[in-house]
Design a protein around this ligand. Structure first.
Ligand SMILES: [Zn+2]
Length: 268
């Protein structure tokens, strides 16, 4: 755990670079706005979010998990749970399931509650989807998401190692399923039985509201199947799909860091 930051950064940059190379080699869709413009705004938002999270949250998720373990806080740290003597890996798997299902419902909540949608629409307003879109979240949404995870980690006493595995996987999968690529059918077909593939996730970025409000999962498709929000195809084909939000056309406004930071506070 002492190398946490290196594990995080190492996985993040490796997946990011692989996705960008694949997007450059064979992009699934073309964008009329330049990469430089979109990437400046999207990565700028990552930078702003990191600073904002540092300033508002004094302690990280794994540090909280360690604190909980030391002070017997949360379900998995209680004597009765420890006495059940479940194998440690099972607690980790259980923790990953809990965190993932919470993230699914958090995502749905951000679509349904108008105030939260104001924040989340910064992500959806991107008129093109590529791996950088997977990082395009308003700093307030990032902080709210960390706070929700903090509460879950504390309530369940989720171990620090599970938190780290979850964070790395979720982040990696967000980069993966936003990538502007189309996997060969022989890979995509079996993969979509478990994972949210790029084609499936692009349906979530469609301008058709019914399609935006589907495929909420960032990782597995199970939660969408279980809770009735799964869509295996859109009205339009993957290459013709209208991406983004109709009220935010592809423009400078939509690819400027300042505009994205202010977007939740402006009516549209
Ligand atoms: Zn969404």
């Amino acid at each position: 755990m002492t190398n946490e930051i290196w594990w995080r950064l190492g996985c993040f940059f490796s997946i990011l670079v692989v996705m960008m190379l694949l997007e450059g080699y064979k992009p699934a869709r073309l964008s009329s706005i330049t990469k430089t413009k979109r990437w400046t705004a999207n990565f700028g938002l990552v930078f702003a979010s990191s600073i904002f999270a540092r300033l508002t949250l004094p302690i990280g998720l794994t540090a909280v998990a360690f604190y909980n373990a030391e002070n017997t806080i949360g379900l998995f740290n209680q004597v009765f749970y420890i006495n059940v003597n479940l194998p440690y890996w099972l607690t980790i798997v259980l923790s990953l399931f809990i965190l993932d299902i919470i993230i699914y419902w958090q995502h749905r909540l951000f679509h349904v509650v108008p105030m939260l949608w104001r924040l989340h629409r910064v992500h959806h307003a991107d008129a093109h989807v590529d791996t950088s879109t997977g990082l395009r979240f308003h700093p307030i949404e990032i902080v709210l998401s960390i706070v929700i995870k903090l509460l879950v980690v504390t309530a369940f006493g989720i171990p620090a190692i599970a938190v780290l595995i979850f964070e790395i996987t979720l982040n990696g999968l967000a980069l993966f399923n936003h990538a502007n690529i189309r996997l060969p059918q022989a890979i995509e077909k079996p993969l979509r039985l478990i994972l949210m593939t790029q084609i499936l996730h692009r349906i979530h970025h469609s301008q058709v509201v019914k399609e935006t409000n589907s495929n909420y999962g960032f990782s597995v498709i199970w939660w969408d199947k279980l809770f009735g929000s799964y869509k295996d195809s859109a009205i339009k084909s993957d290459s013709e799909l209208d991406i983004g939000l109709s009220q935010y056309p592809q423009s400078k406004q939509n690819a400027s860091l300042w505009a994205l930071l202010l977007m939740p506070f402006k009516n549209k």
